[in-house]
Design a protein around this ligand. Structure first.
Ligand code: GRF
Length: 214
C-alpha cells in the first residue's frame, strides 16, 4: 500500500529529505501529499513543489486552537494515512491529536522516555550518559508521551558537545524514520488501540534498530 504522508516541519527538513530520497530511490512505498509548517520561511517547504506546501503563522490566528484547527483542516483535505512530524517545533493541541487518533508520528532526539522536550543532547551530556539516540513514537496529548515504535542508539563520546552529539544522532534519525515508515507501508507494523503490533504481536518495548554513524 502506498502510504500517503503529510509532513509537519518547522525548520531544515533533513528528515523530510531522507523520506523523499527513499521514495525517489524506490525503497519506500509512500507519497508525500503535503508539507505543513508554522514557519513560512522553513527550508523544509522548499524540498517539495509549491502546490504541496502549506505555511501559516500562528500569530495570524486568534489563538493557538484556531491555528491548529486550520492546520488540521488543511491536513484532512489531503487524506493522509499518517501525519509525520519531522522537526515540527510546536506542541499539537489536544483537539488536533483527537482528530487524528493514533495517526500521528514524531521523531524525538532522545531515547524516550528519557529527555522529553527540548535540549535533549545537552541534557544527555550533562547527565554523563554514555549513550543517546532517537525515538519514533506515536503522538498523543502528552508531550513526547505516545507509544515508542523504534529507537536507535549512538554513543556519547568524550569531548562531545551538544552540536557534535546532535550531528551523530541525526545520522541515525534519517534511516530510523524511513525504516519505521517502511514497516508501516508493508503492514508489518500496525497500530491498534494506541499500541504498536509488530508482525501481529504487541510490541511493548521499542524495536532497537542499528544504523551506521561516525
Ligand atoms: C531533529 O533532530 C528531530 O529529531 C527534532 O528536530 C530535528 C529536525 O531536523 N525533532 P530536520 O528539520 O529534520 O533537519
Amino acid at each position: 500500500m502506498t502510504l500517503r504522508l503529510a509532513i509537519l516541519a518547522s525548520g531544515r527538513g533533513s528528515n523530510l529529505q531522507a523520506i523523499l530520497d527513499a521514495i525517489a530511490a524506490g525503497t519506500l512505498d509512500a507519497q508525500v501529499v503535503g508539507v505543513f509548517s508554522d514557519q513560512p520561511a522553513a527550508q523544509a517547504l522548499h524540498r517539495v513543489p509549491a502546490p504541496l506546501r502549506w505555511a501559516r503563522r500562528v500569530k495570524d490566528f486568534a489563538n493557538r486552537e484556531a491555528f491548529d484547527a486550520a492546520l488540521a483542516d488543511a491536513i484532512a483535505a489531503v487524506t493522509p494515512d499518517w501525519i509525520v512530524c519531522a522537526g515540527y517545533m510546536r506542541i499539537l493541541g489536544a483537539a488536533f491529536v483527537e482528530r487524528f487518533p493514533a495517526r500521528i508520528l514524531n521523531i524525538h532526539p532522545s531515547l524516550l522516555p528519557k529527555y522529553k522536550g527540548l535540549h535533549t543532547h545537552q541534557r544527555a551530556i550533562d547527565a554523563g550518559d554514555d549513550e543517546h539516540g532517537a525515538s519514533v513514537h506515536l503522538v498523543n496529548a502528552e508531550l513526547d508521551g505516545g507509544a515508542v515504535l523504534a529507537q536507535s542508539r549512538v554513543p556519547v563520546l568524550p569531548g562531545d558537545d551538544a552540536e557534535s552529539l546532535a550531528a551523530r544522532v541525526l545520522q541515525v534519525e534519517h534511516p530510523l524514520y524511513v525504516e519505521v515508515l517502511r514497516m508501516l507501508a508493508s503492514g508489518r507494523l500496525v497500530e491498534q488501540d494506541g499500541l504498536p503490533l509488530l508482525d501481529g504481536h504487541p510490541a511493548y518495548t521499542p524495536l532497537r534498530l542499528e544504523f551506521a554513524h561516525s
